[in-house]
Write a protein that binds this ligand. Structure first.
Ligand code: FES
Length: 159
C-alpha cells in the first residue's frame, strides 16, 4: 500500500472495499529533476483537445516531449536521457563541453561543478552570483586556459 501512495502518477490508487483511498495532498505542480511535472491535489487536467483526463489525485505530466501518451509521462524521458537527448531541466553534467554567447562569438568550456541553490564566485576579479534552482541550475565552467565562468543552464548549449 505504501508503494502505491508513493507512485507519482497515481495510476494505481489504493482501493479497499471498493473505496479509493488516496493521501491528502496540497494542490501543487513541481518539476521532478530529469523527469516529468508532478501535479497533485486533485487538479482537473485536460488533453490538447480539451477533453478531461480521468480523475486522479496525482498526475505525472510529460515535459520532455517523448511520451507516447501525452500529456501524461510514460517513462520515455529516461530513454531520452540515456540517448544523450537533454531534458529541459538538469540536462548538463559535470564533464560536458558547452558553449554560450560571448560578445560577437561564443565561449566554450567544460562543466566542472553544478549548483541548484544561490552561488557566488569571484571570477577574474569580479564577484559573480547566480540564483540557481533545480529548474535552472548554474554551472561553473572552465576553459582550456583556466579561465572560469558561472552560467545558468538556460545560457548554455551543447557544442
Ligand atoms: S517527462 Fe516522462 S516521458 Fe516525458
Amino acid at each position: 500500500m505504501r508503494m502505491l501512495e508513493k507512485c507519482p502518477s497515481g495510476r494505481l490508487p489504493n482501493v479497499f472495499d471498493g473505496t479509493v483511498i488516496e493521501p491528502s495532498l496540497p494542490t501543487e505542480i513541481n518539476a521532478i529533476p530529469g523527469g516529468p511535472l508532478w501535479a497533485a491535489g486533485g487538479m482537473s487536467i485536460t488533453d490538447e483537445a480539451g477533453h478531461p483526463l480521468e480523475e486522479r489525485n496525482r498526475f505525472s505530466l510529460c515535459r520532455c516531449g517523448a511520451s507516447e501518451n501525452k500529456p501524461l509521462c510514460d517513462g520515455n524521458h529516461s530513454r531520452q536521457s540515456r540517448r544523450g537527448r537533454p531534458m529541459s531541466s538538469n540536462s548538463f553534467q559535470v564533464g560536458d563541453t558547452v558553449e554560450w554567447n560571448w560578445g560577437n562569438g561564443t565561449g566554450t568550456g567544460d562543466i566542472v561543478k553544478q549548483f541548484t541553490a544561490k552561488v557566488t564566485r569571484t571570477l577574474a576579479g569580479s564577484e559573480i552570483a547566480r540564483n540557481a534552482t533545480d529548474d535552472d541550475p548554474a554551472f561553473l565552467i572552465e576553459q582550456e586556459d583556466g579561465d572560469r565562468f558561472l552560467k545558468f543552464q538556460s545560457e548554455l548549449s551543447r557544442t
